[in-house]
Design a protein around this ligand. Structure first.
Ligand code: NAP
Length: 299
């Protein structure tokens, strides 16, 4: 399987199943950089398909996912995780031999477990996760620079064709991503702490504030710049996507929540005892992590 040579697109026809924040950003970035020849899209609603066409994100929009994947040499699942199995079941018979089937899902263990048995022989299955996003959704929300300087993690099952992995990596690299390969278990454990727990905490804090009395709630909005505001941005993320993420990464998410709640209990104890040293030590340690995030250009 050859990668796009000098001036050649990496894929002749890219099919996007889902054209929301991530799918439309892929369309914009891949087009802007000449990485794909043609883009075909599929989404459930006529509204999304019409918007994708009107914005020039896709050359063709199909209501039937199986019709969308015909003759595509790269098929990318960009829908919520809960839609993956029905979509893959529908497209499997129509996938072109030699095509790369990939995804952008935020959890990887369930993707490999549930989809690998559905992928026909001769199709190269290379799951991926661009670690980039915003709290916005839909085809209008995407932008071509979303993946620049951000990691894209590939989690190919053992024995996957190396040329297919390299070709997908070339697409993501072309869109500005940094590439890392890892096992699905490792991916899901790392993302449980870096992404899933922070979202859960944000949803909880904003939910707690929402449960307060009406008088206090007004003040919460008014003085939100004191910290609350940043949590409201994360807690505005798509509810369906995040429901699917927690249900799909149950084990790793529960384990990290257990550790978090133990650490929270230790902090409660320190505050109750007036143990300032413990608090100061922790806060100094976490400040250092922030410095390292900035140094790694992920701030
Ligand atoms: P989004 O903006 O809500 O877009 C989802 C797209 O999928 C829409 O075009 C939607 O259109 C379509 N869709 C929904 N259900 C479908 C179904 N059953 N069949 C076919 N199409 C369907 O979501 P997103 O943020 O792009 O997220 C998509 C994927 O990217 C998720 O798997 C998520 O885990 C992953 N991801 C997200 C982020 C992030 O920060 N947002 C970051 C990294 C990875 P219709 O409603 O018209 O069908």
């Amino acid at each position: 399987m050859s990668e796009g040579g000098e001036g050649q697109p990496v894929f002749r026809r890219l099919c996007l199943l889902g054209i929301g924040l991530i799918g439309s950003s892929v369309a914009r970035a891949a087009r802007a950089r000449g990485l794909v020849g043609e883009i075909v899209g599929h989404a459930r609603s006529e509204r999304t398909r019409a918007t994708a066409l009107a914005l020039g994100l896709v050359d063709r929009a199909e209501a039937d996912p199986a019709a969308a994947v015909i003759d595509a040499d790269c098929v990318m699942l960009c829908a919520p995780l809960g839609a993956y199995v029905p979509l893959t079941t529908a497209i499997a018979p129509a996938l072109a031999p030699g095509a790369v089937l990939t995804d952008v899902g935020s959890v990887k263990g369930c993707v490999v477990r549930d989809l690998a048995p559905l992928v026909p022989g001769g199709v190269h299955f290379v799951p991926a996760h661009p670690v980039a996003g915003t709290e916005h959704s839909g085809p209008e929300a995407g932008f071509a620079e979303l993946f620049e300087g951000r990691w894209c993690i590939l989690t190919p099952p053992a024995g996957t064709d190396r040329a297919a992995i390299d070709r997908l990596a070339a697409l993501w690299r072309g869109m500005g991503s940094l590439i890392e390969e890892m096992s699905v278990d490792h991916h899901d454990r790392v993302l449980a702490i870096t992404s899933h727990l922070p979202h859960l905490i944000a949803y909880t804090i904003v939910g707690t504030a929402d449960d307060l009395g009406e008088d206090i709630k007004q003040e919460v909005i008014k003085f939100s710049a004191s910290g609350f505001r940043d949590f409201t941005r994360i807690a505005a993320s798509d509810p369906v996507m995040w429901r699917d993420i927690f249900l799909s990464n149950k084990e790793a998410a529960l384990e990290i929540m257990q550790r978090f709640s133990e650490d929270l209990t230790a902090l409660q104890k320190a505050i109750r005892r007036g143990d300032g040293d413990t608090l100061a030590q922790l806060f100094a340690r976490t400040r250092d992590i922030r410095r390292r995030v900035i140094e790694a250009r992920q701030a």
